[in-house]
Ligand binder design. Structure first.
Ligand code: ZN
Length: 299
């Protein structure tokens, strides 16, 4: 088992340009795991930290150039968004971006780095790239240096394109009411900020699209919903009035969308892609069907 882990680590080191004899890694792991009873993950981390150090100054790259994991890079970027921390081990997390797009960052609590502020620009020296569910992100660690910049960086909005099946329509979709004062969606007739209000009707879809590799949250506004479903806001209000139930609208949306294939396009904002363009997409193209038939015939 120690040998398997050693082989994994050796492969990882080679990818990072560090060649270490397998026996050497195995011996270190063996001492930690079998002699000192260190948990496996901890032992791996310890061995990795002995060999893999951040370079003095990693290459300065653009966000769009981050296409592999486990690479040390430096980025000049603006903090676009900070997210509430999900765990005690994370000091800060959010989105940073440059002219070429945005990328998620995570700053470990152990890194002891200064806090970054939204809308400010920094040089992030020596961050390590990582991948999660098909998307790249960067991790800020003890080896990272954060230098505030005076210049402003224009962040390019990264237009995302996803082709896949809509697998869920979430609550808060359909015929909804918004607060007339702040535009927030009401929950049970109440605004989080202004309490009980009259509200104005709106149509919205919060959905999830799955392209077979990743699942992506999507948000569709009234214009897009009316176009896609073929029901206007007024018609939706009539449907709800007739049924004495607002949820008939949501049911109609679900019926039309869930399990169907679409190609969507729009800018990413936080965890959502704001859909500006949506087309129904065949599951497989005619060309692919022809290709499959030819291949089957050849068997
Ligand atoms: Zn309000």
């Amino acid at each position: 088992m120690v040998r398997d882990i050693a082989e994994q680590l050796k492969a990882r080191f080679s990818e990072m340009g560090v060649e270490v004899p397998l026996e050497e890694i195995e011996k270190k792991l063996d001492v930690l795991i079998n002699e000192f009873r260190v948990p496996i993950e901890e032992a791996k981390r310890s061995v990795v930290s002995q060999y893999v150090r951040a370079p003095k100054s990693a290459d300065l790259v653009k966000v769009k150039d981050i296409q592999s994991e486990g690479r040390w890079v430096s980025l000049k970027a603006k903090v676009v968004q900070l997210w509430p921390s999900e765990s005690e081990s994370i000091a800060q997390a959010g989105l940073i971006g440059d002219e070429t797009g945005t990328i998620k960052f995570t700053k470990w609590a152990k890194s002891d780095l200064p806090l970054v502020e939204e809308n400010r620009c920094y040089m992030f020296k020596n961050v390590v790239t990582d991948e999660w569910q098909g998307r790249y992100n960067v991790k800020l660690s003890r080896s990272t240096e954060i230098i505030p910049l005076e210049e402003d960086i224009e962040v390019g909005s990264l237009v995302e394109e996803v082709m896949g099946a809509i697998v869920d329509i979430q609550s808060g979709s359909g015929l909804i009411k918004r607060c007339e004062l702040c535009n927030r969606a009401l929950v049970k007739g109440s605004c989080g900020e202004h309490g009980k209000v009259e509200g104005i009707y709106d149509l919205r879809i919060k959905g999830v699209i799955d392209d077979g590799k990743i699942v992506q949250d999507i948000l569709l506004n009234r214009e897009i919903v009316e176009m896609l479903i073929g029901i206007t806001l007024d018609e939706a209000k009539e449907m709800a009035a007739e049924a004495l139930d607002q949820s008939v609208v949501l049911d109609a949306f679900k019926e039309k969308l869930i399990g169907r294939y679409f190609s969507i396009k729009g800018p990413r904002v936080g965890r959502y892609v704001l859909v500006e363009d949506i087309k129904s997409a065949p599951k497989i193209s005619d060309q692919e069907v022809k290709k499959l038939i030819t291949e089957t015939e050849a068997l």
